[in-house]
Design a protein around this ligand. Structure first.
Ligand code: NDP
Length: 269
């Protein structure tokens, strides 16, 4: 029998997750159907109930439901708990629901495995303090960076995250005052959505700095363009992170981890 999965969000028509998951299933000869389901903004719970009753085995969750799903689930992984967001739901055979968050693992896999960027002992700047930033802090810390500086437009949110994670390598900074240069800069703001760049000093980037924008698209984001003009060592967009977080969701649901390299190469914008 075909196992059913879906990504839920609003809007959702643009999602590449069905393509990615069908490519994973092909690798193993698994019989799955993965769809994109539009859920009305005010009807998350009803949407989850309907999909569970229809026999779906798992869901990916995207904007704007990640935090709301986190609130609605009682059983969650440590990654979901610390991120305050769920991007992967498993519907168990006993009717229970389990929430996980694979975004942070996806980012770290893309950086370390696909781009061979070592995180241990490095000075890392994380731009933003929203859901995406919060979700990657614990996985980044597990690689033992020398420093992880969180800089955000609303500085109180950066301080809040530093207090929450309470780790000696973590600190908060105003965007304009980040003490560069850094080995790695990760843009987890949504500034690129509006063609904007967080106002960090040019001195944040040196010739050995790797710059990562979680946002992806057909053209270079504003942040990637800026990093290129600063002659960063490498610029990377978040498409690899998208595929890697999907691979981790697939592993959670089906117990096997798909190969991602070819999919990233062929589906990349
Ligand atoms: P949130 O809305 O939770 O947070 C947005 C963050 O961006 C806040 O820190 C906000 O600062 C900051 N920000 C917004 N506009 C600007 C600006 N003009 N200048 C400086 N800072 C700004 O969004 P998410 O955390 O959920 O998502 C962030 C980005 O990450 C999005 O682009 C999203 O597409 C991407 N993403 C990519 C994934 C992938 O798989 N590749 C997975 C998850 C997210 P303030 O607090 O001051 O408002």
């Amino acid at each position: 029998m075909t196992d059913k999965y879906a990504v839920i969000g609003n809007p959702i028509a643009h999602s590449k997750s069905p393509l990615i998951h069908h490519a994973f299933a092909e690798q193993f000869g698994h019989d799955i159907e993965y769809t994109a389901e539009l859920i009305p903004i005010e009807a998350l719970e009803a949407g989850l109930d309907t999909l569970q009753k229809k026999g779906f085995k798992g869901l990916n969750v995207t904007v704007p439901f990640k935090e709301q799903v986190w609130q609605s689930l009682s059983k969650k992984s440590i990654h979901a708990t610390t991120a305050s967001a769920v991007n992967t739901i498993t519907f168990n055979s006993d009717g229970s629901r389990y929430g996980d968050n694979t975004d942070g693992i996806g980012l770290c896999q893309d950086l370390t495995q696909n781009h061979h960027i070592d995180l241990a002992g490095k000075r890392i700047l994380l731009l933003g303090a929203g859901g995406a930033a919060r979700g990657v802090i614990l996985p980044l810390l597990s690689y033992k960076p020398a420093e992880l500086i969180i800089a955000n437009r609303t500085i109180s949110k950066a301080h809040h995250l530093v207090n929450l994670f309470d780790n000696e390598v973590l600190s908060a900074s105003e965007l304009e005052q980040v003490p560069g240069p850094f080995d790695i800069i990760i843009n987890a703001t949504s500034a690129s959505l509006n063609g904007e760049i967080p106002p960090i000093p040019d001195s944040s980037v040196s010739a050995h700095t790797n710059c990562y924008d979680m946002m992806y698209g057909t053209a270079d984001t504003a942040f990637i363009q800026w990093a290129k003009t600063r002659t960063a060592a490498k610029t990377i967009n978040g498409f690899g992170m998208l595929v890697e977080q999907a691979a981790e969701s697939y592993r959670i649901w089906r117990g096997v981890k798909p190969q991602t390299q070819n999919i990233i190469k062929h589906l990349r914008y």
